[in-house]
Each structure stands twice: as C-alpha cells, then as structure tokens.
Ligand binder design. Structure first.
Ligand code: ADP
Length: 880
C-alpha cells in the first residue's frame, strides 16, 4: 500500500474520505467505546480518557470519560499533532511545551497539563484520531503504561473498523432488501406468468398470472414438476433436454425464447412465448444444486388471433383484388366459378363450398350450380354432380337447405345439421354435413346467385356473413359481368350468323346477276346485232321496216341499259365496284357529257347549257363513274322536260367540296315523292307514262356518289322543274391519270388491202351466225369459226389467221387460256386477238386486260365498233 506522507494535502484528503466511510461522526455514544475510555481512565488513573476523531476542522469525541464537551476546535490540538506526525504523543506539562502552551485547551478550561495520545489508524494506515488520556496537572507515563495505552488503542482501532463494517453491512442489507422488494413487485405485478424452478424442474415459485393463464393455484404447482404444464410431446423430452443442457450448455429455449404451447389445467393447449433465464448463485457455481431457472410465459392467444384475423383479411383482399382485376381472364378462361368456390373454402376454412347463379324456369327461381366441391360417393352421385355442374340439371326445390337461400333469399345457418330439422333428408352415402351456411347473392333487391359452405372446423356465425359482405358484393358484380359477357357472346354469335347469311345471300345474288346478265346478253347480241345489220346493211330496208327494226333495236337497247344498271347496282352492293379516283376538270367533263347528250336533247327539243366553273375547279373521283352520274342526271333532265325546255350544268364551291348541279325546266317532282326518288325500280308513277326508263338510274347514281365519299340531293328548281345536285371532294392538283384514251377515229377507219382470214372462236351458234352475217358485209375479210378453244387453236396453228376473235366463256378451255397458248406459240404470237365476251364486270375486264388482248368488245356487240376495231387491227397487221 503506498502510504502518503502525513501533513500533506492529499494525505489529509484521503484521510478524511476514510473517516467519512466509517460513518461514525456524530453518532450516539456506544457502550463498547465508553467502556474502553472508562477502562483507560481507571488503568492509568487519569481523570479523562477520550476516543477523539479528527475531522476537517474539529475534534469530535466518540467516547469521552471525564469531559463535558463533545467536540473541540482542531487548531493547536494535541490530536491534530498526532495526526500530523502519525506518532504517539506524550506531553508531560503543556504549560512548558512551546507546541501547546498557547492552545486554548491549555490556557482556558479544561486547562490540560498532561496528554498521552496514541494514533488510531484506518486499515489503510491513515490516522483518523487518537485514544488519549488527560490530566489537569503535570505528570509522567511509564514505558509499561505507554505500552498498555497502545494496546488499548489497538482495541479502539478494531472497534472503529467493526463500526465501519457494520455500517457497510447495514447498507448492503438495505440494498438487498430493496432489490428483493423490486423483484417481488415485478413478479407479483407482471402480466406474464413467471415460474421459478430448480435444476431438477421442480417449481419453487409462481406468480399470480400463472393462475390466470393456466388455471392452477400456486399451491397446486409449487413442489411439483414443470412437465405437468407441458403438452405430452414436450413433457417427455424435457428431462433429457435439461440433462443435456446441464452437461453441454447447449440451449434450445434458455436464454433464447421461443413460441411453445402450455397446458391449461382444463387440458387444452395455450400458445405462449416462453423465455427462460438461468440463475446461478455464487455460492456454488459448479454444483447443479446452485442453479435455478426462471421461465416467463406470455400469452400469445391474442397475438395468434390477431395474426389469424390479419391472414384472413389478407386472403379476402387477395380474392377481391384478383376477382376485380383479373375478371376478364377469369371469365374468358372459364375459371371464374372455380376461383370463387376455392376462395370460399379458403376464406371460411370450410371443407365444402358451392356457388351458383339463380335463373328462372316457368317463372320459378332455379339454381344453376356453377362450381361445387366434389362430394360424390359413388358412380351415380358422380354423374349427378357432373350433370349439376354442366347445367343440364338445375335445383328447383324452394324448401331445401339451398332452396331457402336461392328462392327465399334467406341466410340459412346451422351448426348442428345432424339434429337440425332444416337439414331435410340426405341420400344414403352422402358425406356427413355438420355445419352449414348458405348466403344469397343479392343485386338491387334481386337474388341473382348464392353460395354455401359446409363443415368448417369452427361454428359459423352471422358475423362471418357480414365479414364476407365485400366478397358477396364482388360475386354479384362478377355474376352480372358473366351474364353480360354471355349475352354479348350470344349476340355476337347471332350477328356472325346473320353476317354469314348476308354474305352468302350477297354472293348468290351476285352470281345470279352475273349469270343472268350473261344469259340475257347472248340473245340480246343476236337481237341488237341483227337489228343493226338490217339498219345499216348493204341492202337498205323500206321505211316501215326500218321503223320496226329501230323499235326492235331500241327495246333491245333498253333491256341492255337495264341489265347494265342492275349489274352496277349489284356490284356496288356486294362491294365489287372498283374505283380509280383521279383529278377531274369539272368544266371539261360537263362539256363532254353535253356533247354525248346532244343528240338526245335534239330529239326531245331541249337545250343543253354548261355554265363554266369560274376558276377551273377540279374534283377527285372516278372519271367514268362521274360521267355516268352526269349522263344519268342529264338524260333524266332531258327526258322529263317539256318541249323547248332547258337542262343546265353548273358548279359551285362548298368548303372543300364541289357541288355540281343539273337543273331542268321540266315537270318537276312532287314534294311528297322526293323520299322515294333514290329507291331502285321506283319510277314514281312514270312507268304508266310514255317516257322510257328503268327506275334504276337514280338509285345507282346515289350509290355511286356515296361510294366516292360525296353527297346527293334534289330540290325544286326556282324556274320550275327540278334541280339535282351532287357534291364530291375538290382538289387543287391535276393528276396525270386520265381515262384510257379511246382509239383515234382516223386509226379505226384505216384502209385495209386484200382479203384477210379472221378466226372466230365461239360456242354459241346464234353468235356465230351473227358474226357470219357481219362478215358477209365486209369484203376485205373471210371468216372461219371454231366452236371451242381446242379446235380454234388447232385451226390457228394449221393456218395462222390475220386476226382472232375470241369468246372468253367457252366450254372446256376458256378464252384466256387459249389466248395465252396462242401468244406463246411463234406461229401465232403476232396475231392480234380480240376478246368478244358477255363478261362485263370489272373483274372480268381486268382479267382480260392483264392477259394482253388487243381489244375488248362486249356483247351485245356494237356492230359499228366491231367493224372499226377489225379494220384498225387488220390495217396494222397489213402494215407489218
Ligand atoms: P328512270 O329510268 O325511270 O328515269 P331514274 O332512277 O333515273 O329512273 O328516276 C326515277 C324516277 O324519278 C323517274 O322514273 C322519274 O319519275 C323521276 N325523275 C327522275 N329525274 C327526274 C327529273 N329530272 N324530273 C322529273 N322527274 C324525274
């Protein structure tokens, strides 16, 4: 121990700490100290003996024999001197000692003359005070007496030490008492069950919460084994586990905590969190007897049920979310009902679930089961379930457990189905149902479906129905969607059927019209052809015959116009009309139409006027069809006019459209008939009049204008008569495309020298006769005929002709294939081949044009055009 030097500051500070630690200053007198001072006074025959302790600035007497005062000033005191020197001090006559003669203890009361003091030291060697004897007259102390005084001082020192130890002990005890009181308060007040056991698992202490948690009173547990609170599976392992822990220190629960089950007095298990701490008492760390365990059991039932609730809420949310977001996939994949059924099983913890839709049969509600857990028990019941789910069988009985839900709209609930009157009779073999709840799915007051679940582990109650309300509403929504989609699908199916039917009808109509047109053209070819031959033949007819022939020709022409218009109408309706839009100069086309209509106007004594469009406007449309429209409207204006009347063509701008007007000064159209004007075959009464017509022209015109994205209308002409107008999109650009140029007249009338062999391949004898009659008129040609393509090709190769006239629709090989063969043969490749056909449709024309025919003539033949074409082609071949 490093001893500080007495009288230094740090020595003094440490000394005072040691003194304080004794906790002796100002304590009441103690018998043991008082006995000591009395003994000292007696032994040394001194009037006063003291146990003095030197405090910071005073002397305090723990025991004083023969002195009244309990303390004195430290200054110039004998004891302070002992402290400063740490040596015994003997002053025989203080009045003669320079160190003390001025001390008030000497000069004043008690007027000390003799002093003998022995230092009293702390265990660490600091001088805390003295044991001293005092006399009031000078005297001496023998060495033997001094030794005795020292021995007494040793006693005093021991007593001081014991006092200090006693104080410390008291303090420790107080601390221990407090911590034990705290421990008690914690244990008693804890909400968790706390059990203290010894190393062998014997319960030593339990707190009140153990009774609340496990139902045992403390006296039923204390002294018994902890295993009685464990379920079998843990109880039988516990002893082994503890042994292993004691040996190896490997812990599963101790110091870790874990979720286990505790056994209630009633025998059921309670989920708890178990935390175990080990207490090792210092007395014998190595012995197992000194080890105890404190187990804290926290009840997890609330936590578990909250977890379960959360789990169920999540499951419900997941079902709702999937139902609402994936409904389309569920519906189209036909998995909706299975999904809802499985969701029911999961959400309600049931064994069986059923979901169905309410339908109606003869005014009574029936249930179509969409999905049900398979509870079949034999072959027969299996078939029954299959029938039920396929919808072949519907449930009808309103009195059954299900019927009361789907027909009555009730929630039907039973948790004791076996003894419940509501159950009704189950067929033998039917799985036992003990718990059941059926819930109607109601939409706007109407029961549209239901679901039922059975055999959950726990009782059903109405709060579950409430909890499932969002699910039930989602079911209602999905059933409605399902129905809507079904209706839509049925509707679409119907629509598809109708479309197919319409398409078929349309196709049949087109085929019919095209074959009709073909069939009608063949006789017309003869009628018109021969009529023309009679009119313009070498041998002129007499006037009356000429008139009759003209009648025949006009009737034939009328029939031909009708056929052409009807065919056009049909091709628009069937979508086969092909348009080639281009920029058209309005003024130019109007002038051209006027020129074409001029002969007719003269015949009807009507004047044609074309008002030029001011700034040379253009429209964007199909040239031929616009001409057809103008010819139609113009010829009507002429036909339904009066003698000396007028038909005028004009044009005005209407935004981006151009409006072309055809006005006449004729009979006009009564207001009430205007809406019938564009109906095909409706002549508005004109059929009984002298004016010839088909009743198809305006209908066709209307369709053509609409097809080109325009509009058409009619109103009364302010100058009397009618004003027909149509609008088509205008354009600023003149497109290079123009109608395929007709062959120039000069070319068609070229001279042909010599006699040329012309081969006509045609199966129809009447057509062949007509052609022979035509050629009889032409002295520069010799005609030979072949009735089919095969013979025609043979003849052509045998002796290549100057020209071939080829019918397209031939028996066996068609005219187009024959043309290809001939064009690919070096003998005939240069021979011009003209298509002579009754095929007038766009498609047929296109086919022939791609095949590379030199010209395309349609039946009935325009004889003039035929002869011009022949002449032109022969003159070409003659030049070659
Ligand atoms: P049609 O071949 O009979 O002329 P349209 O379809 O061209 O057939 O016309 C239908 C009917 O509309 C005609 O029969 C006629 O009664 C009436 N109509 C057409 N244009 C005029 C017109 N410019 N003036 C008076 N009536 C007309």
């Amino acid at each position: 121990m490093s001893q500080l030097l007495p009288s230094t500051e740090s020595y003094e500070a440490q000394r005072l700490i040691e003194l304080q630690r004794l906790e002796i200053l100002d304590t009441p007198p103690e018998e043991c100290f008082d006995n000591l001072t009395e003994l000292a006074s007696g032994i040394f025959d001194m009037p006063t003996a003291l146990v003095s302790l030197v405090d910071d600035d005073r002397l305090w007497f723990k025991s004083r024999f023969g002195l009244e005062i309990s303390q004195a000033g430290r200054h110039l005191s004998f004891c302070s001197y002992v402290v400063a020197t740490a040596e015994p001090l003997i002053v025989e006559n203080a009045q003669l000692d320079w160190r003390f003669r001025d001390s008030s203890l000497v000069t004043d009361e008690p007027c000390i003359r003799f002093y003998a003091g022995i230092p009293l030291c702390s265990p660490k060697g600091y001088v805390l005070g003295t044991l001293n004897v005092i006399d009031y007259q000078p005297r001496t102390l023998s060495d033997a007496a001094l030794e005795h005084l020292k021995m007494l001082a040793k006693q005093a020192e021991q007593m001081l030490l014991m006092h200090g130890q006693r104080q410390q002990l008291l303090k420790d005890m107080e601390g221990k008492f407090r911590s034990s009181a705290r421990y008690r308060a914690i244990i008693e007040g804890a909400g968790a069950g706390i059990i203290r056991t010894n190393f062998a698992g014997i319960m030593l202490e339990v707190n009140p919460s153990v009774e609340t948690l496990l139902g045992y009173k403390p006296e039923e547990l204390i002294g018994r084994r902890i295993e009685m609170l464990m379920p079998e599976k843990w109880a039988c392992e516990h002893a082994r586990y503890m042994n292993s822990y004691m040996k190896t220190g490997r812990a599963r629960v101790i110091g870790k905590g874990r979720e286990v089950s505790a056994l209630h007095r009633e025998g059921y298990e309670i989920p708890v969190h178990l935390a175990v701490s080990e207490v090792v008492y210092p007395s014998g760390q190595k012995q197992k007897e000194s080890r105890e365990f404190i187990g804290i059991l926290s009840d997890l039932r609330d936590v578990y049920s909250a977890r379960e609730r959360e789990h169920k809420e999540r499951a419900l949310l997941r079902v709702l979310h999937q139902g609402l977001t994936d409904y389309h996939a569920l519906l189209s994949g036909n998995t909706l009902w299975g999904f809802l059924k499985n969701a029911l099983v999961e959400l309600t913890g049931s064994q069986y679930a059923l979901i169905g839709e309410v339908q109606s049969r003869e005014g009574q509600p029936t249930l179509k089961v969409h999905a049900v857990t398979d509870l079949s028990w034999n072959e027969e019941s299996k078939q029954l379930m299959a029938k039920l789910v396929s919808g072949d069988m519907q449930l009808t009985n309103p009195e059954s457990m299900l019927g009361r839900v789907f027909a009555g709209g009730e929630v039907v609930l039973s948790n004791d189905l076996l003894n419940d009157a509501k159950q009704g009779d189950m067929p033998p073999g039917h799985p036992v149902l003990n718990r059941y709840i059926g819930v109607p799915i109601i939409d706007r007051g109407e029961v549209i479906g239901m679901y039922a679940v059975a055999n959950a582990d726990e009782d059903y109650d109405l709060s579950m129905v409430e909890w499932l309300q969002p699910f039930t509403s989602t079911c209602a929504l999905l059933i409605n969607l399902y129905r809507q989609l079904n209706h839509q699908a049925e509707f679409m199916q119907g629509l598809e059927g109708a479309r197919e039917q319409a398409e078929q009808a349309n196709k049949a109509k087109t085929e019919f019209l095209s074959s009709m047109s073909h069939e009608l053209r063949t006789p017309l070819n003869s009628i018109l052809g021969f009529a023309q031959l009679l009119q313009f033949g070498k041998d002129p007819l007499a006037q009356p015959q000429l008139c009759q022939v003209e009648q025949i020709r006009q009737s034939g022409q009328h029939l031909l116009d009708l056929i052409n218009e009807v065919l056009d109408l049909a091709s628009i309706e069937s979508g086969y009309m092909h348009l080639s839009p281009q920029s058209i100069e309005v003024n130019k086309i109007c002038a051209e139409v006027c020129e074409l209509l001029q002969p007719m106007a003269e015949q009807y004594q009507v004047t044609l006027v074309a008002h030029p469009c001011l700034n040379e406007r253009l429209i964007f449309a199909d040239y031929i069809r616009v001409k057809q429209i103008l010819l139609n409207l113009g010829s009507n204006g002429i036909k339904y006019n009066r003698l000396g009347g007028e038909v005028s063509f004009s044009c005005e701008e209407r935004g981006k459209q151009l409006r072309i007007k055809v006005q006449d000064t004729g009979v006009g159209i009564p207001e009430e008939k205007l809406n019938l004007l564009f109906q095909p075959f409706n002549r508005l009464g004109a059929e009984s009049g002298p004016i010839e017509g088909t009743g198809v022209g305006l209908a066709l015109t209307h369709k053509l204008v609409t097809l080109m994205g325009g509009d058409i209308g009619v109103k009364a002409n302010p100058e009397g008569g009618s004003e027909f107008w149509f609008e088509l999109p205008g354009t600023d650009h003149l497109c290079a495309l123009q109608e395929a140029a007709e062959m120039p007249e000069s070319a068609l009338t070229a001279d042909v020298e010599g006699v040329h062999r012309v081969l006509y391949i045609e199966d129809n004898p009447a057509n062949r006769s007509l052609m022979e009659a035509v050629f009889a008129e032409l002295d520069y040609c010799a005609l030979c005929c072949a009735p089919d393509a095969e013979q025609g090709i043979e003849k052509a190769l045998e002796q290549p002709p100057a020209l071939i006239l080829m019918d397209i629709d031939l028996p066996g090989m068609c005219g187009i294939s024959a043309q290809t063969i001939l064009k690919n043969n070096p003998l005939t490749e240069h021979v011009p081949i003209v298509a002579v056909t009754a095929g007038v449709t766009e498609q047929e024309r296109r086919q022939a044009s791609t095949a590379g025919f030199a010209a395309y003539l349609t039946k009935p033949l325009d004889i003039t055009r035929l002869t011009r074409t022949i002449r032109h082609l022969l003159s070409g071949s003659a030049q070659q």
